[in-house]
Design a protein around this ligand. Structure first.
Ligand code: ADP
Length: 501
């Protein structure tokens, strides 16, 4: 791997966006935190302060929930037609297009990811998600149901269901795809007619705040979307526990997901969770390795391994193991690591000092338990939060690096000889978010897909997302599915109406 250096110039609107102390959005107004406090976000490529952000806390969450409650119970949002809701969401998507470069640069500066990736993936996917969900606003339907009611012989009924918005929704999102995660959460909630308090991750709040400006410009009524920036233990915890919030939707670590669940128990608010993963990639002897080798490498190295569905366990059929590993090592060596704002960069820094320490800690733990790094294995440079793309071999099923989510550019590779055994091994995880199979035998691939305990199974591909394709986890990877029409179920209640005729 080599270090890239030449950075693209920061666009003027981005410079001015980051150099002004930001405000939060409550009831259509941009406001400071009630305490007046702010906190810094950092540029992960340098470790320097990037911007100052309001330190929203419980009092601010209270203000935002009150606004969302009023917008839901009394405000225009409840009365607005589904068609008008759809048009507003579509308009937001249209307003995002001319700001694509600004969004991409903010993502790169705040999160560390390559600006080229944010331009090609994060921002267009977010825009597309809003357009997809705009279409659903007019298609959320109930059913008519023929009922028999045996204990009222002779009586006739007209019975049907309504799908209604769940109410005020708290949405807590992570830092790995800041804008896209905001879109995944906001799109279906708005389509369903909910009102929202969104809390972006403290590491990466900037793109959500720019999105908030465009929501105001699109004409979303006051209080429909409120954005509170702040830390998880304060703002996030207050939102998850709030008695006037009807539902909390969370994406982040399994550990914090459990805290959210406990906090939500106070008023039994509905909960959806998109949590961690330890996703296996299975490479069979007959796989097309020209596609498979770069495929399994990008499965782990895309977004620096900071994807909940990263292909972090690589199982390769024994006869091709050495060939595949040397291919993946070659791929790792070719990766240009550098600041996200350099157009030549393939892989940026990790998001924070804390994440860098966490990933380096896992590398140490793996090596101390007997694993060997055949490429990478440490920190890169002495400035910023860079970690080398790493391939670990000689791992065993009980090691921490195999059991736990590393959330960095580290893949553990093991050979296998028996297909049934490797499927058992692939399923031997507390997680069940995603899995990938590489083979030319599609019949075999579909049979394996049916046996894998994962919310998504990719065949001869990895990290393929679409607004129409549901995403979520089995086991401790979460509850519920985001995207696709399944996402609407997270934001609607079913009401059965039964009339005696
Ligand atoms: P990661 O471990 O990947 O940083 P986290 O799960 O800690 O991710 O964070 C994801 C989101 O959850 C962030 O917005 C963070 O502020 C929030 N968060 C962290 N701790 C809590 C908590 N105790 N209650 C509610 N939200 C939290």
């Amino acid at each position: 791997m080599s270090v890239a250096t030449a950075e693209v110039p920061i666009a003027e609107p981005v410079k001015s966006f980051v150099s002004t102390t930001r405000k939060m959005l409550i009831n259509g107004k941009w406001v400071e935190a009630a305490s007046g406090k702010t906190f810094p976000t950092f540029n992960p490529a340098t470790g320097d302060v990037l911007a100052n952000i309001p330190d929203g806390q419980k009092e601010d969450i209270d203000r935002a929930v009150k606004a969302a409650r009023a917008a839901f119970d009394k405000g225009p949002w409840r009365k607005i037609t589904p068609s008008e809701r759809g048009r507003l969401i579509w308009k937001l998507a249209d307003l995002m297009e001319p700001h694509l470069e600004e969004f991409a640069q903010l993502e790169s500066l705040d999160n560390g990811k390559p600006v080229t990736v944010a331009r090609a993936a994060d921002v267009p996917l977010a825009i597309d998600l809003f357009r997809y969900m705009a279409g659903w606003a007019t298609k959320i339907e109930g059913n008519t149901i023929p009922i028999s009611v045996p204990y009222t012989p002779g009586a006739q009924y007209h019975a049907y269901t309504l799908r209604e918005p769940v109410g005020v929704v708290g949405q807590i999102i992570p830092w790995n795809f800041p804008l896209l995660m905001a879109a995944w959460k906001l799109g279906p909630a708005l389509a369903a007619g909910c009102t929202i308090v969104l809390k972006p991750a403290e590491q990466t709040p900037l793109s959500a705040l720019l999105l908030g400006e465009l929501m105001c410009e699109a004409g979303l009524p006051d209080g429909v979307v409120n954005i509170i920036t702040g830390y998880g233990e304060t703002a996030g915890a207050a939102l998850a526990a709030h008695p006037d919030v009807d539902k909390v939707a969370f994406t982040g670590s399994t550990e914090v997901g459990k805290l959210i669940l406990n906090a939500a128990a106070s008023n039994l608010k509905k909960v959806s969770l998109e949590l961690g993963g330890k996703s296996p990639s299975l490479v069979l002897q007959d796989a097309d390795l020209n596609a498979g080798i770069p495929g399994v490498a990008s499965a782990i190295f895309f977004n620096h391994g900071q994807c909940c569905c990263a292909g972090s366990r690589l199982y390769v059929e024994k006869g091709i193991f050495d060939n595949v590993i040397s291919g993946v090592v070659e791929q790792a060596k070719k990766i240009k690591v550098g600041p996200g704002m350099d157009p030549a960069t393939d892989m940026g820094p990790l998001v924070s000092d804390e994440q860098q320490q966490r990933v380096l800690g896992y590398l140490e733990s793996g090596v101390s338990e007997g694993a060997k790094a055949v490429v990478g294995g440490g920190r890169l440079g002495d400035k910023g939060y860079f970690v080398e793309p790493t391939v670990l071999v000689n791992t065993t099923p009980t090691m921490k690096v195999i059991q736990e989510e590393i959330f960095g550019p580290v893949v553990c590779a093991e050979p296998f000889t028996d297909l049934d055994e490797v499927i058992t091994q692939a399923n031997n995880s507390i997680y069940g978010l995603a899995a990938a199979i590489w083979t030319k035998d599609l019949s075999k691939a579909h049979r394996i897909a049916a046996q894998l305990q994962a919310g998504t199974v990719w065949i001869n591909c990895h990290n393929i997302f679409d607004a129409a394709l549901p995403f979520g986890g089995y086991k401790q990877s979460g509850w519920g599915r985001e995207m696709g029409h399944d996402a609407l179920e997270l934001y609607t209640e079913v009401k059965a109406v039964c009339a005696r005729l």
